[in-house]
Design a protein around this ligand. Structure first.
Ligand code: BGC
Length: 739
């Protein structure tokens, strides 16, 4: 619609029409095919029930027929015929569920990550979704927090690249998402939701400004630069102010400094929670503060609906309301909803999902996101006919390997299990399956889903029986393939933990199997870094498979048999013990670093009961091939820093590899991290191939922010480190600020 027409429509709206546009509720409002169900809305405490056909948006209805009917009803029953906006928690796939984001990021194959986002967008579009609530760009350094699975991890560079590529994958190149098969991206959670104190869900965040500007805000800013259309606020306090009522954060930083002019959505009930925080004295005050902070949509509360009629009598607030509604209408218009209210839903529509192409991309992403943490001799597995493999552990047959958010639109029945993947590679007589332990203690918490869950996951059995059974199977085998880890409910929202060890029964099984002195290959299914210190030495090989998505079984098996070589690197540190947390790569040096100073051993920066080193550091990840890399030169030129290194594949196999370039501590007015990732490449090298890699780093990579948020660049010597599977090679160069 032309802007002039949109303005005319906007001017025809009454205050009540406008307020209705700021309401976002979930799909429970509508029962079978679009019929209104006001029950759940009443529970939200609307003082005067709004006409639900006039509200701005609903979310998490993922059935295209239902969405069609709802939109039809809205257009028939609303006075201004403003189409509803359909949003959804599509976090890492609609039906083609990809590996969880923390896993994907470790692939460092950003082209593939973008392709996966394009597929998610297409499936969402064809099923009637207009906006996806992702990517989540909260930097995470505390694995006790359950939502680390949704994030690209602890590192700024990785998160920025992930942000840009996922947003572009969803929306298309440069706000091009109006075209078919794309959706608008709602990044979240602004800001710093990933740093709750103690890793406890929804807990407050305390961050210095320099950490905020140099690290935590960076991925969101990258997404804004990539034109993300929406931003979601966060639940947390940031330095004493709730994000959802934080004017400085949302207006000064997000809108003015970053130049964001899209729609700001509150997180679920976060406007109302301004009262629970003690930041607003009542709901009226909460509405006032959220509106002042620039929150356009009130998700899942009646606060805007109840408070704004009174508030908007004041001219200043009426203007703020106008601003919010105008932004919402612009978004609807950009999505083409006024011309095509059934966008993506028009006939013929098969709601096409899980195509062969999508499965192919998902399989590749599994291969590229599993991290080989350890490998002595067992991997890749031999495929000789006489080899027998004891496949122990509940994940082999489990369909619940999609991870927390997949349940919104994904289906466990779509999963190609590990067992199915193994049967594609090995004869039935070579594989001896046993469950080993119950992954769930009981199914009672699943309510009405209990029966289906039990059917797909098997009945709960006696632990002793399961242990004995697996020991018997293991005795008959040459190699043990043992699946261990978390169940999918142990990570995701609301799943903070203080104990990151494996459950006792899993540890016992590992130790008992180790007594058989056969090589054990561990497959670790988890949504977060775990503490594996006690068990790591029992494994010959350990492959971290995360929650790998629908094609997990096939991708993992391609790695196990060597049809693909592992190339992923950890984007989040695995601590040796919970007491080391937070432990991450980009740390600063203390005045008394361990082993490098004149102080006695006692008075240096260390623990007296634990080393300073993690079990698996950020960037860990092995390959089946061997690589060597050497710098050829680093030179400052007018357009940036020109870098060149040579890489050689020393092995007899073709393999992908992910060299990482770190910037070591450098001259600055504030103390900068001892090392910080600033570039990566993702390369395929044939057996024995030698390649020269050149790239240019912009000078911006060498800048930093002070505590006032001002950007600096300092002249001096800088050292770049090329890290190739843990082998490090340094090159120093002189940078002249040249302003
Ligand atoms: C989560 C968001 C999510 C929203 C809607 C909230 O609890 O924090 O990430 O998008 O619910 O489901």
């Amino acid at each position: 619609m032309e802007e002039q027409k949109l303005r005319e429509l906007f001017h025809r709206l009454s205050v009540h029409d406008k307020i209705a546009q700021t309401i976002q509720l979930n799909g429970d409002l509508f029962v079978e095919s679009g019929v209104m169900n006001t029950g759940p809305a009443k529970d939200l405490g609307f003082q005067k029930e709004p006409n639900f056909y006039e509200i701005g948006s609903i979310y998490n209805v993922n059935d295209h027929q239902k969405l069609y009917q709802i939109q039809k009803d809205v257009l028939e029953n609303s006075s201004h015929k403003i189409p509803l906006l359909f949003m959804s928690d599509i976090v890492y796939g609609f039906r083609t569920i990809f590996p969880m984001p923390l896993a994907q990021a470790g692939s460092y194959d950003f082209d593939l990550i973008q392709q996966a986002a394009e597929i998610s967008a297409k499936e969402s579009y064809l099923n009637g979704i207009h906006v996806v609530f992702s990517p989540m760009l909260d930097l995470v350094r505390d694995p006790r927090w359950g939502r680390v699975m949704e994030s690209p991890g602890e590192d700024v560079y990785t998160s920025k690249e992930f942000a840009k590529r996922v947003v572009t994958g969803y929306q298309g190149e440069k706000a091009d998402y109006l075209q078919e098969n794309h959706v608008a991206a709602c990044i979240k959670h602004f800001a710093a939701y990933g740093a709750p104190e103690g890793g406890r869900e929804y807990q407050q965040v305390e961050l210095s400004n320099q950490k905020l500007f140099n690290e935590y805000l960076q991925p969101y800013e990258a997404a804004v630069e990539a034109n993300c259309e929406l931003v979601m606020t966060a639940f947390n306090l940031l330095n004493g102010v709730p994000s959802t009522g934080n004017k400085w954060l949302n207006r000064e930083i997000l809108r003015e400094r970053f130049g964001f002019n899209g729609v700001l959505v509150s997180d679920y009930a976060a406007v109302q929670e301004l009262v629970s925080h003690g930041f607003a004295k009542d709901e009226q005050d909460a509405a006032k503060k959220a509106l002042e902070a620039g929150v356009d949509f009130d998700m899942m509360t009646a606060v805007y609906a109840n408070a704004l009629p009174e508030l908007a009598k004041d001219r200043a607030f009426a203007e703020l309301l106008d601003e919010a509604v105008w932004r919402i209408l612009i978004l609807k218009n950009k999505l083409g909803l006024f011309e095509q209210p059934f966008r993506g839903l028009t006939e013929p529509n098969t709601g096409e999902v899980l195509t062969d192409e999508a499965k192919e991309v998902a399989t590749k992403l599994v291969e590229k996101s599993c991290v080989l943490l350890k490998n002595e001799t067992a991997l890749p597995l031999k495929k000789t006919k006489d080899q027998r493999i004891a496949v122990i552990g509940p994940y082999a047959e489990s369909h619940f390997t999609l991870g927390f958010w997949a349940s919104v639109s994904g289906r466990s029945s779509d999963v190609l299990t590990l067992k199915a993947g193994l049967l594609e590679q090995f004869g039935q007589d070579q594989l001896l399956f046993s469950r080993g332990f119950n992954l769930y203690e009981d199914y009672s918490s699943f309510g009405p889903l209990k029966a289906g869950f039990e059917q797909l996951n098997g009945p709960i059995e006696d632990e002793e029986f399961l242990l004995e059974q697996s020991l018997e199977q293991a005795k008959k085998a040459d190699v043990i393939l043992l699946t261990i880890g978390e169940n999918f409910l142990e990570s995701g929202e609301g799943a903070s933990k203080t104990n990151l060890r494996l459950p006792e029964k899993q540890i016992r099984l590992i130790k008992k199997l180790a007594e058989l002195k056969k090589p054990i290959v561990g497959l670790l299914y988890t949504g977060r870094p775990l503490v594996l210190t006690e068990v790591e030495s029992y494994f010959d090989s350990l492959l971290l498979v995360w929650f790998p998505g629908v094609m997990g079984g096939r991708g993992i098996c391609n790695l196990l048999v060597g049809e693909a070589s592992p190339s992923a690197r950890l984007t989040m540190t695995f601590p040796r013990s919970e007491g080391q947390i937070p432990i991450y790569s980009a740390q600063t040096s203390t005045g008394r670093p361990l082993g490098e100073n004149a102080h006695s051993e006692r008075f240096v920066s260390k623990y007296i009961d634990e080393t300073n080193e993690p079990l698996f550091s950020f960037g860990s990840g092995k390959s089946y091939a061997d690589f060597e890399g050497t710098w050829q030169g680093v030179e400052e030129k007018t357009d940036g820093i020109h870098c060149c290194y040579e890489i050689v594949n020393q092995s007899e196999r073709e393999a992908w590899v992910t060299p990482q370039i770190y910037l070591l501590n450098h001259p600055a007015e504030i103390v900068r991290p001892m090392k910080r990732l600033i570039a990566t490449q993702h390369l395929l090298l044939a057996a024995k191939e030698r390649k020269v890699v050149t790239f240019t780093l912009s000078k911006e990579e060498f800048t930093y922010f002070d505590n006032e948020g001002a950007r600096h660049l300092t002249s001096g010597n800088y050292t770049l480190q090329l890290d190739l599977l843990g082998i490090k090679n340094n090159q120093t160069f002189h940078l002249v600020k040249g302003e």
